[in-house]
Design a protein around this ligand. Structure first.
Ligand code: HEC
Ligand code: HEC
Length: 452
């Protein structure tokens, strides 16, 4: 069915032109649709197929909720990645507590686990393989990137920046894991999270756990002979669950319905959408991409790239009590292979904005607690930094105070809305900020159209 449908879709504008008389009239039709809150160019989204979970993914689901894998016996993946909160954190605490007695604080805000199924592996610049299967070593990617000029990011031409040789892809705020299957050894063993202990200890819990029989059924009787193998299989199963289960990529927001022509924006949502896409206003879509792909792939509101935005230091993170401690994202301390590449210090992954309206902590260090605060900072960072950053002993405002002074040059000051100076007009005024927030509210999954 798909092919004839697409052919028909291609034909449709022509048929309409014939019917309406002129392209100008067609444009007027589109304008009218937009004004009434409808998408003038509805698309058919291509979302991942819904299938029953494989046996492996079912095991992964059990493990995802299994508190017995943790040292405390009380913490599972779902404690921090709460299904009802779009697999994000349950509270407004900037970091979660983990460890043996659930008293050890983490260092970064918990990201949502939704919409990671298309996250590409970590590279510096696109197309690392040059048409072959041999990955180009990171060191070579970096050398080539140093020679390249970075294209400014504009919501008008969001794809122009896709060719930039900048860090992109990967999981975690610093991209230190490539795949969902790989990353689980992080939380499972992280002493501030599930604190699973050694590989042998975790394997022993699997062997004596409720799912041991299922393990043997799926991986064979010798699976527990090798602790590393058993843990790797457990990680793989959890990764399969995150990939296969519809709840990780439901695409059931009002925005998705709007893209397909099945929902109307309110006037505020429509204004917000336009501000989000206007390169001279929010310019948000330059990094948080919001157009469907040519093949109908729904947008994920991230370009998968890394940026240093210079968000304020969060005094509520216990690790930050040490004035010499800095979370530098790509160049450490949790990621270790780019330590010497100081041009990347302060860079963090651009997160998806899907379900952002139901979050209570924002940015990698959870420094803000509402979208209002986030937007005020985006608009005010460069116009009145004194509202967001502290002053030093000499009374000078310490802009970008969550980075050591020598790395503050890495902060993005070229892409709108970060290209402002004190005294410049605001990219978004108060009412416009409310409109952008109204638009962000359309990205929450679980939209039910009102019945008439
Ligand atoms: C104590 C809270 C906590 C627990 C428990 C926890 N996580 Fe996380 N998770 C985090 C934090 C914090 C991050 C971000 C860490 C970073 O970027 O360094 C994260 C990041 C991730 C990411 C990367 C997401 C992204 O957007 O890149 C995945 C995937 C993930 N966790 C899966 C899991 C799985 C699977 C489990 C269970 C085995 C788990 N987590 C248990 C707190 C937790
Ligand atoms: C130059 C690229 C860029 C532009 C432009 C941009 N963002 Fe972001 N956005 C990022 C990055 C990178 C982060 C994560 C930074 C960090 O945590 O240090 C982020 C984080 C966010 C977050 C926090 C999400 C979370 O899960 O914590 C929100 C909300 C957000 N952006 C909204 C917007 C809006 C609204 C606009 C337009 C006014 C915008 N962004 C413009 C790159 C960008």
């Amino acid at each position: 069915m798909a092919a004839p449908c697409r052919a028909l879709a291609a034909l449709l504008p022509m048929l309409l032109v014939a019917h309406l008389g002129s392209a100008a009239q067609l444009a007027v039709g589109a304008q009218n649709r937009l004004r009434s809150g409808l998408n003038p160019h509805p698309v058919q989204l291509r979302t991942p197929p819904v299938r029953p979970l494989s046996a492996l993914a079912r095991l992964g689901r059990s493990l995802f909720y299994d508190t017995r894998l943790s040292a405390s016996g009380r913490m599972s993946c779902a404690s921090c990645h709460v299904p009802a909160d779009a697999y994000g954190p349950p509270s407004s605490a900037p970091v979660m507590l983990g460890g043996p007695r659930l008293l050890t604080p983490g260092v970064r805000a918990v990201p949502s686990l939704r919409y990671l199924y298309r996250q590409p592996p970590f590279t510096i610049g696109p197309d690392l393989q040059n048409g072959t299967d041999v990955p180009v070593p990171l060191a070579r990617q970096i050398r080539s990137a140093l020679r390249q000029h970075r294209v400014r990011k504009s919501a008008r031409q969001p794809l122009a920046a896709a060719a930039n040789q900048v860090p992109q892809g990967g999981l975690f705020w610093d991209g230190r894991a490539d795949t969902l299957e790989q990353q689980i050894d992080g939380p499972l063993f992280n002493p501030a999270e599930m604190d699973g202990g050694t590989v042998d200890e975790v394997a022993a819990r699997l062997r004596h756990g409720r799912f041991a029989a299922e393990f043997i059924r799926l991986f064979g009787p010798s699976v527990f002979d090798n602790a590393h193998l058993a843990v790797a299989e457990a990680m793989f199963a959890i990764g399969r669950f995150e990939r296969e289960d519809r709840s990780f990529h439901p695409f059931s927001s009002k925005f998705d319905a709007w893209l397909e022509g099945r929902a109307r924006f309110t006037p505020a949502q429509l204004r917000g959408y336009e501000l989000f896409n206007d390169p001279h206003k929010g310019n948000c879509a330059a990094c948080h991409l919001d157009r469907p792909g040519p093949d109908g792939q729904p947008p994920l509101f991230t370009d998968f790239q890394y940026e240093a935005l210079g968000v304020p230091r969060n005094a509520a993170i216990p690790a930050n009590r040490n004035p010499d401690y800095y979370d530098l994202g790509l160049c450490g301390p949790y990621r270790t292979d780019l330590r010497t590449q100081t041009q990347y210090c302060g860079m963090f992954l651009t997160p998806s904005l899907r379900n952002v309206a139901i979050r209570h902590v924002f940015f990698h260090n959870g420094v803000f607690h509402s979208l209002q605060q986030v937007l005020e900072w985006y608009v005010g960072r460069d116009r009145h930094p004194e509202r967001f950053y502290p002053r030093d002993a000499a009374g000078e405002v310490v802009k970008f105070n969550d980075l050591p002074p020598k790395y503050r040059v890495n902060v993005d000051t070229v892409d709108a809305p970060f290209n402002r100076r004190p005294g410049d007009p605001a990219a978004l005024n108060r009412a416009e900020i409310q409109d952008v927030i109204a638009f962000l509210g359309t990205l929450t999954d679980g939209y039910r159209p009102a019945r008439h």
